[in-house]
Design a protein around this ligand. Sequence first.
Ligand SMILES: Cc1ncc(COP(=O)(O)O)c(C=O)c1O
Length: 392
Amino acid sequence: MTDFFNTLIDRRGTHSSKWDAMQRLFDVSPDDGLAMWTADSCYPTAPCVIEAVRHAADHGIFGYSLEHDAYKSAVQWWMKERHGWDIQTDWVLTSQGLGNAIALCLDIWSDPGDPIVIFTPVYHEFAIKIEKSGRRVIACPLVRQGDRYELDLEDAQARLTGHEKMLIWCSPQNPSGRVWTPDELRAVADFAARNDLLLVSDEIHHDLVFPGTTFVPTDVAAPDHRNRMVTLTAASKTFNIAGQRTGNMIIPDDELRGAMQRRLASLDYKPSALGVAMITAAYTAEGAAWVDAQIEHLAANAALFDDGINAIPGVHSLPLESTYLAWVDFAGTGMSPEEVATRIREDAKIAVSPGPSFGSGGETFHRFNLAAPRSIIDEAVRRMQAAFADLQ
Ligand SMILES: Cc1ncc(COP(=O)(O)O)c(C=O)c1O
């Protein structure tokens, strides 16, 4: 399957936000630049998913469709098979992706002005969604210990005002790729319980975990706290189908789930039939085998990238436990963050996600998306080494 992930496909001019918005957002031209920012992949989805779309297209009718059990059973099967998580099919609700799910949670379970807790650095949209909805961010810094981020729950406790309603938690963690241990997950769930917080656990990156590391769902680690938990999952990163805008909100608690169901009904939300069909096809043994092959490809990409980037004096790519998002620290170069950003943009001509957007702790970092054919990673390393050649 190696060739599958290594075939270069030109995405320019296809309305791909990764490629067609890079000029506007990062001032890097798609003509000779590399898009390594937003979290989608530059290889096609699994053949079983493509086949499901082909089947639907051959049928040719895309009318109103009913919510069906096959979808929820596929989600149930996947969670058990891939994550050892027993869920009931009626716990599964869908949303228009996980950004939408986070916005819905904020809307239902907090009020304007409420403080909402996050641990930084973290996926920048958490803070953006909180602020856009008129809530306030309480940012609790993770502590960097060598190459790992750790929790400091004492420090976090001291930052709380007593009025917080919700903790938005990222597991595995974007941007560092950290996979939390069951003990850490229990500690986070206890922290949420002590402070009477709804625990929204965003587990969108749970499938792309590298060999030697095991991902555990927060619900599995802390089942006693499931009465305050909403777990968000999706096939979007795993199968590169984010454009289909379909995510899951897995809510075991009847009261919480009822509140979400009522809100979805009031908004006249209905899932996308094609999105649902694609995920039903993805969450199968065939889809699982494809994910395993993808992980092998990503692990090799990460090894190649880390070797090349870490050869630049003062630049350090943190070893990844999960995700295809390399988190690279430029602190050791002694350059200002602006100078680093300019060299990446103007000399290397690479569009990357700037570290400061992930909140405190991200100041000296940039995030590089490695979900691409190997030749792109090779080229990115070559360009980065040339852009920082004076450090050699
Ligand atoms: C942690 C995390 N949550 C949510 C999202 C966005 O999900 P969606 O595209 O389903 O809105 C991303 C995308 O990068 C992410 O990394």
